[in-house]
Each structure stands twice: as structure tokens, then as C-alpha cells.
Write a protein that binds this ligand. Structure first.
Ligand code: COA
Ligand code: AMP
Length: 630
């Protein structure tokens, strides 16, 4: 069947489509139907089923006689370690850790925060929670204590599972001060922590609060899989919105299983047993869906890679991993390829490796620029598929369904909508626009299984962020267009979210931090174009009256403040002290115009601007840091 047949088949009978996809999952109690719409515009899927995610990701493969197959390959160029973990080993490790969690009082529905680097134990911790119906929330290691504290207060976890350290090139990231700092800052205190001691930097455990990863498992009864309802939250993953308070995206258990399993063949074109590699981090949605859950649910081998595309030890690392582990489908962010291209522009290093087993490269997380796609295609000799999705959806909204039918690639487009998604372009007034017309990208409700049914503890915010602007639709926050062949183009965000090295960040969140500096009266943060990371944040601060200190000193304090409060991942290194910010007469800061100036693009003078001269001042300030060249 062609993509069009399958897409149209879904559109004609969504219920039948998803019930058929659900047959690939092992249910404790089968769902009686797919969609539950009695609470529209809030929708849920497979609500009356009983199921366990860990059973589907681990135990069922062992039960089917595949216990010896490798489930996880850990490859850490940073430490030089490599490990192959079979499905049977994984079952044993996960059931023991889950048993330890149970012995310490973790029950179905309890939250557990996971704060770990890219080690297989991070995946084991996620699966151990899923095994007993605990709801995990993984926090990316590059966030500071304050961000962890915000998540502690929102998720109110009974426990934290962490490692003693993470390893960045040339730097040990000590987790203990971050953990202690977060617990101090947060109002909600976890009952206990489980700490994986890494030999690169073991730590002293806090008596009565911290338990060693291995000791806590000593003598425990391994836990069985606990069946949960279809709409039980599998996890909460916090993502950036317009303010500093992150949004807790809920992932519903049954829909997650069904949808992710469907994507592995139809989008990523792998069969059970194939090696699938997503070079991302478990702290992001790509890591949740495509390092941990989807490959394991589908019976693939997944790779946990603790390294960077360059510098660990060189720009040939990706080729080495693909070749050594026979990777079939590979997924990463365009930034990683821009980094490789910068270090090895002619792609010399790839010549040392045989990557002939690789069938395709998948890019997502940020705009894939044509140069990068073409370069990757040239040196790798495989198709490069851009695909577009979000933390909220958990899997592809628009992509190239290579396992159904590889559609012709149009560079600059992530291709077409996947079954489950009726993607439309809307005007500001909510009218559907025609082919090639630019507008807000919206998805007709209901969203498919596995996508967010709500935000944790924040139903009003859920409605306000996604449902209210265009009644009957989910607002993606992206703007773009669809051409006359149904190919989608993603052009920009419609909010203040920026994308730095494939990491989604809130400029509003950074502004809240800058505004807390005692000398700052007002501020604005914008995302400017960066050749490597796609975008970089630049902060503008206006000082309070009477502040007479060196501007450089204040700017560097601002940089430190954002690093301390949000974390190194914000990559906030550019702060400028200016006299005034450009505003409309009603006082709205003209951030979009500032971005155009920084990127040396033409712009139309906003009709409502209060004082156009300020734009010249902004331009002059940007020129001091190498932007606004024209
Ligand atoms: N724990 C602690 N710190 C982390 C971290 C982690 N897990 N991940 C990143 N950081 C730190 C980095 O060390 C860096 O710190 P520094 O300011 O002291 O140098 C900072 O956060 C910014 O990191 P990053 O934006 O990743 O930049 P980089 O210069 O270290 O690396 C790339 C550049 C291109 C190599 C890197 O961004 C990369 O591999 N990108 C791939 C994108 C990706 O996987 N995205 C995931 C979504 S699919
Ligand atoms: P995240 O939730 O971190 O995955 O970020 C999702 C956002 O990243 C989307 O809303 C887009 O703005 C952007 N994004 C993700 N994938 C793509 C892509 N393939 N092309 C353009 N932008 C993308």
C-alpha cells in the first residue's frame, strides 16, 4: 500500500486504524475501543485497557525467546567503556531496581525524578518506574539546581534517582551539589535518593537520604510488571514554554505504546532485531521515545552513546559507532552534523569506516538547513529524512514514511503528515489557508494516541497554550505552509521559544533570570541565528537609574546568573547593556525586529514603534559582538 492509501485509510476510519495498530501490543486487558472523546476537547485513547510498558519493552521479548538478543549497547567514548546488555540481563536489572523502589515504598502513581547522564542505568531507571506504574520525570543533566527544584515542586516526587556525576568533554559535572542545591531550594522534599556511583567521581552519600544503587537492590524481591490503565501517565517530561515555569507534558501509557511501536517500521524502517541509534540524550523527548521506549518496545537494539559528535575523540565518532554496531537507522539533530562538517568539511574521516549497513539518516529537533542535508547525503550516501515533531506529540507529526514508501525528498520540507495528524495552516483568525500560504500550523483535534492529553497539574495552562487560540485544533507553536503536493514547511516559532543546538529553551525564562539581577531595570532576550547551534540567545539589559558600574562586569554577571539558574545548556554567553529597548507605543518590546537586525535581514519598520532611533542603538550594540553586519 502507498503512503496515500494508508493516510487516507486512517482518515476514513481512525478508530479502525489505531485498533489495528494496537494489536502489536501485549495487553493485560484489551481496550474495548480506541478514542474516548466524552471530555472533548480533552481526548484520551485506550482508556479502559490494562497494560504495562516495561512488559512490552522488555519481558515480552524474553518470553518470546529473544532473551539473548542485545537490548542496549552502551558506547562511551568519554570513558572508553562499552557494554552489551541482553534483553534477559535488562529484565533482571530492571526488575531488581523496581523491586528496590517497591521495597522503599514506591507505588503505582508515585513520581520519581531521574537525573542521570547517558549511561544504561538511566534507561533502566525509566523502565523500572514503568514496571511498577511509577511516573518518571527525567531532568536533563545540563540544567542547573534551580531548574531541578522547579520540577521537584511541580512533580512532587517521592524519590530521585541520580548518578554521582556526568561527564562532559574535559569536565566532570558533579551532580551532588546540583541535587543538594535543588532539594534545598524546593519546598517539596523527596523521601529518598538512589545514587549510581560512577568511578570517575564517587561522592559521599547523605546519610538517611541517599542509597547506593547496588546496595539498595541487595536481597530485594524482583518486581513483577504492574498493569496500569491505558490513560495512566507513563511519564512527565518538562519542556519550555513562554515563561520560566516549564510545562509538564504527560505521556499516556497505552497510546504511547501503540504509536511508538507503529513508527519503528513505518517511519524508521527497521525490523525487530535491527540496531537503531538515536544520538540524543535521555533528558529530551527524542531520548525518551527513541533511545529508551520505541526501539525496545519494537524489539530492536538501542544504543546509549555517551559522547559528542566531535571531540570524543574526533569528528569520526558517529561513523565508528554506526560501523562497529551495524546501525540500520540513525537519528540525530542537524546541529550534530553541522559540528562534524565544521571539523571535517570534506568528510575525510568517514572513509575509514564501513557504514554500508546504514539505510537512512533521520534529522529532527530543529530546522534542518539545506546545506547540512546535502552535505550529509553526499558523504554518507544514504537518504536524509528531516522530520518534525515536538515533546508534546512524542513522535513524528510530519516525516517521510520510509517503511511504507519513501517519498521523494524536497529539501527544506520534513515531507508529509503522518496518519493520526490532520495538519492545517490557519490564518490569525483561524481560517484554513490555501497551498503555499504562510500561517500558523495547527492540528485538527483529536491528536493521535501517545500525544499529550493534558499538562501535569495545569489543565488551564494546557487549554490556554494549545487549545484556545484555534477552537477544535491543537496549536503547535510553529508557523509554516503546505505546498500543493501536501509537503509541509516549518518556518518559525510563533512564540518566544528558541532552539539552541536542538535544545528547546524559553527566552521568557531567561528574561525572568536577568530581571532578577539587582542592577537590571528591564531586559529582553532574543534568539539570533548561529551557524553551528541554529540559534543562540542574546540578552539586552537596561540598568536601573543610578547604577554606575562597568557594563562589562554587569554583562558577565548576567551570563553567570543564567548559567547558575537555568544551566550551561542555555548556552547564554552574550549579554549587552543598552540604554533603551525598542518598543511599540503600547510598551511591547519589539523582539522580532531585534532578531531581524541581529541576523542582518531586511525588516519593515513597525508602524506602532515608539522611537525608531532605538533600533540604531540596538544595531550598534549588536555590532560590537559581531552581529547586525549589514
Ligand atoms: N550535562 C551537563 N552539561 C551539559 C550537558 C549535560 N548533559 N549537555 C551539554 N552540557 C553543557 C555543555 O558542556 C556546554 O557547557 P559549556 O558552556 O561549559 O561549554 C553547554 O551545556 C552547552 O552545550 P551544547 O549547546 O550542547 O554545546 P557544546 O558546545 O558543548 O556542543 C554540539 C556542541 C554541537 C557538539 C552539541 O550541542 C551536540 O552534540 N548537539 C547535538 C544535538 C542534540 O543531540 N540534541 C538533542 C535533541 S535531538
Ligand atoms: P522539542 O519539543 O524540544 O522537540 O522542540 C520542538 C520544536 O522544535 C518544534 O515545535 C519546532 O519548533 C522545532 N523542530 C523540531 N523538529 C523540527 C524540524 N524537523 N524542522 C523545523 N523545526 C523543528
Amino acid at each position: 500500500m502507498s503512503y496515500h492509501d494508508i493516510y487516507n485509510g486512517w482518515k476514513a476510519d481512525p478508530e479502525g486504524f489505531w485498533m489495528e495498530a494496537a494489536e502489536a501490543i501485549d495487553w493485560v486487558e484489551k481496550p474495548s475501543k480506541a478514542l474516548f472523546d466524552d471530555n472533548a476537547p480533552l481526548y484520551e485513547w485506550f482508556v479502559d485497557a490494562k497494560v504495562n510498558t516495561c512488559w512490552n519493552a522488555v519481558d515480552r521479548h524474553v518470553a518470546a525467546g529473544k532473551g539473548d538478543q542485545t537490548a542496549i549497547i552502551y558506547d562511551s567514548p568519554i570513558t572508553g567503556r562499552k557494554e552489551h546488555i541482553s534483553y534477559a540481563d535488562l529484565q533482571s536489572r530492571v526488575s531488581h531496581l523496581a523491586g528496590a523502589l517497591q521495597a522503599k515504598g514506591i507505588e503505582i502513581g508515585d513520581r520519581v525524578i531521574i537525573y542521570m547522564p547517558m549511561v544504561p542505568q538511566a534507561v533502566e531507571a525509566m523502565l523500572a518506574c514503568a514496571r511498577i506504574g511509577a511516573i518518571h520525570s527525567v531532568v536533563f543533566g545540563g540544567f542547573a539546581a534551580n531548574e531541578l527544584a522547579v520540577r521537584l515542586d511541580d512533580a512532587a516526587p517521592k524519590a530521585i534517582i541520580a548518578a554521582s556525576c556526568g561527564l562532559e568533554p574535559g569536565r566532570v559535572v558533579e551532580y551532588k551539589p546540583l541535587l543538594d542545591g535543588a532539594i534545598d531550594l524546593a519546598e517539596h522534599k523527596p523521601e529518598f535518593c538512589i545514587i549510581l556511583q560512577r568511578e570517575e567521581h564517587p561522592i559521599e552519600l547523605t546519610e538517611g537520604r541517599d542509597y547506593d544503587w547496588y546496595e539498595v537492590q541487595d536481597g530485594v524481591t524482583p518486581a513483577d510488571c504492574v498493569p496500569v490503565a491505558g490513560n495512566h501517565p507513563a511519564y512527565i517530561l518538562y519542556t519550555s514554554g513562554t515563561t520560566g515555569a516549564p510545562k509538564g507534558v504527560i505521556r499516556p501509557t497505552a497510546g504511547h505504546l501503540v504509536a511508538l511501536n507503529w513508527t519503528m517500521k513505518n517511519i524508521y524502517n527497521v525490523d525487530p532485531g535491527d540496531v537503531f541509534w538515536a544520538a540524543s540524550d535521555v533528558g529530551w523527548v527524542v531520548g525518551h521515545s527513541y533511545i529508551c521506549y520505541a526501539p525496545l518496545i519494537h524489539g530492536n537494539t538501542t544504543i546509549v552513546f555517551e559522547g559528542k559528535p566531535v571531540g570524543t575523540p574526533d569528528a569520526g565518532t558517529f561513523w565508528r559507532v554506526i560501523s562497529e554496531h551495524n546501525v540500520r537507522s540513525f537519528f540525530t539533530a542537524p546541529t550534530a552534523f553541522r559540528a562534524i562538517k565544521r571539523d571535517d568539511p570534506k568528510g575525510e574521516l568517514i572513509k575509514d569506516y564501513d557504514i554500508s549497513n546504514l539505510r537512512a539518516l533521520y534529522l529532527a529537533g530543529e530546522r534542518a538547513d539545506p546545506d547540512t542535508i546535502e552535505w550529509a547525503q553526499d558523504i554518507m550516501g544514504v537518504p536524509v529524512y528531516d522530520h518534525w515533531w515536538q515533546t508534546e506529540t512524542g513522535f513524528t507529526i510530519a516525516g517521510n514514511p520510509a517503511g511504507i514508501e519513501a517519498l521523494p525528498v524536497k529539501i527544506g520540507s520534513p515531507t508529509v503528515a503522518m496518519p493520526g495528524y490532520d495538519v492545517q495552516i490557519l490564518s490569525d483568525e483561524g481560517h484554513q489557508l490555501g497551498a503555499n500560504e504562510l500561517g500558523a500550523i495547527a492540528i485538527k483535534l483529536p491528536l493521535p494516541p501517545g500525544t499529550l492529553p493534558n499538562l501535569w497539574n495545569a489543565e488551564d495552562r494546557f487549554k490556554k497554550s494549545y487549545l484556545n487560540t484555534f477552537p477544535g485544533y491543537y496549536e503547535t507553536g510553529d508557523a509554516g505552509m503546505i505546498d500543493d503536493e501536501g509537503y509541509l514547511y516549518i518556518m518559525a516559532r510563533t512564540d518566544d521559544v528558541i532552539n539552541v543546538a536542538g535544545h528547546r529553551l524559553s527566552t521568557g525564562g531567561m528574561e525572568e533570570v536577568l530581571a532578577a539581577h539587582p542592577d537590571v531595570a528591564e531586559c529582553a532576550v532574543i534568539g539570533v541565528t548561529d551557524a553551528l547551534k541554529g540559534q543562540l540567545p542574546v540578552g539586552f539589559v537596561c540598568l536601573s537609574k543610578g547604577v554606575n558600574r562597568q557594563h562589562d562586569e554587569i554583562a558577565s554577571e548576567c551570563v553567570t546568573l543564567v548559567r547558575d539558574r537555568i544551566g550551561p545548556v542555555a548556552a547564554f554567553k552574550l549579554a549587552l547593556v543598552v540604554d533603551r529597548l525598542p518598543k511599540t507605543r503600547s510598551g511591547k518590546i519589539l523582539r522580532a525586529t531585534m532578531v531581524k537586525i541581529a541576523d542582518s535581514e531586511e525588516f519593515k519598520m513597525p508602524a506602532t514603534i515608539d522611537d525608531p532611533v532605538i533600533l540604531d542603538e540596538i544595531k550598534a550594540a549588536l555590532q560590537t559582538i559581531g552581529y547586525a553586519k549589514a
